[in-house]
Design a protein around this ligand. Structure first.
Ligand SMILES: Cc1cc2nc3c(=O)[nH]c(=O)nc-3n(C[C@H](O)[C@H](O)[C@H](O)COP(=O)(O)O)c2cc1C
Length: 176
C-alpha cells in the first residue's frame, strides 16, 4: 500500500500545525526532520518548512536526501509571514527556494505556499536580533506596504494567519 510521510521543520509551530493537519487527512506518518532518517517505506514525501530571511528552514535536510526524494512523489510546502495569496509574495518565496534548493529538487517537487504567524515577544534571541534589524529598515522607509505595516505591528501584537484549510489543495493533489 502507498505510504506517505509528512516531514516538517518548524521553529514556532505554524508549519507543524499544517503538517499535523495534512498527516491526519492523509493518514500519513508525521515526522520532524530529526526523526526522518529512513525514507524507504514511503512512496510520497511531503516536506514543510518556514521561510526565514527568504530561505526555506531545514533546506539542508532536503539537500541531504535529494537523491532519494527525487525517486518519490515529492511536495514541498512553505509557511511565511508574507501572504502567499499575493502574487509578488509567491514569486519572492519561489525565488528564495530557487536559491537554497537544487534545480533537481525544484524540477521534481510540487510547491505549495501557506500563510504563517509571527509573535516577536516570544522569538528566540537570535531571531529577535534579526527582526530588530528588519524593523529599523522598515521604520526608515518613506512608504510602507500594508504587509510591512503589519510586520511592524508584530512588535507589540502577535499576528497569526495560520488556517489549515489552506492545505486542502495540497491534500487533493496527493489524493488525485
Ligand atoms: C528571524 C525571522 C525571519 C523571517 N523571515 C521571513 C521572510 O523572509 N519572509 C517571510 O515571509 N516570513 C519570514 N518570517 C516569518 C516566518 O516565516 C513565520 O513566522 C512562519 O510562520 C514560521 O514558521 P515556523 O514557526 O513553523 O518555523 C521570519 C521570521 C523570523 C523570526
Amino acid at each position: 500500500m502507498a505510504k506517505t510521510a509528512v516531514i516538517f521543520c518548524s521553529e514556532y509551530g505554524s508549519t507543524k500545525k499544517y503538517a499535523e493537519y495534512i498527516a491526519e487527512k492523509l493518514q500519513a506518518d508525521l515526522l520532524s526532520t530529526a526523526q526522518a532518517k529512513d525514507l524507504s517505506p514511503y512512496d510520497t514525501v511531503i516536506y514543510g518548512g518556514g521561510i526565514y530571511a527568504g530561505s526555506l528552514n531545514g533546506n539542508e535536510w532536503l539537500k541531504k536526501n535529494q537523491e532519494t526524494l527525487c525517486n518519490k512523489k515529492l511536495v514541498i510546502f512553505t509557511c511565511s509571514f508574507s501572504d502567499p495569496q499575493i502574487a509578488r509574495n509567491t514569486k519572492y518565496i519561489r525565488e528564495g527556494l530557487d536559491k537554497c534548493l537544487s534545480p533537481m529538487l525544484m524540477d521534481h517537487a510540487k510547491i505549495f505556499c501557506f500563510h504563517g504567524a509571527l509573535d516577536y515577544q516570544h522569538l528566540k534571541f537570535a531571531h529577535k536580533g534579526m527582526m530588530k534589524v528588519l524593523f529599523q529598515i522598515l521604520k526608515h522607509k518613506k512608504e510602507r506596504s500594508l504587509e510591512e505595516e503589519a510586520m511592524l505591528q508584530t512588535q507589540v501584537t502577535p499576528a497569526n494567519f495560520v488556517d489549515t484549510t489552506q492545505a486542502d489543495g495540497l491534500i487533493l493533489y496527493i489524493k488525485d
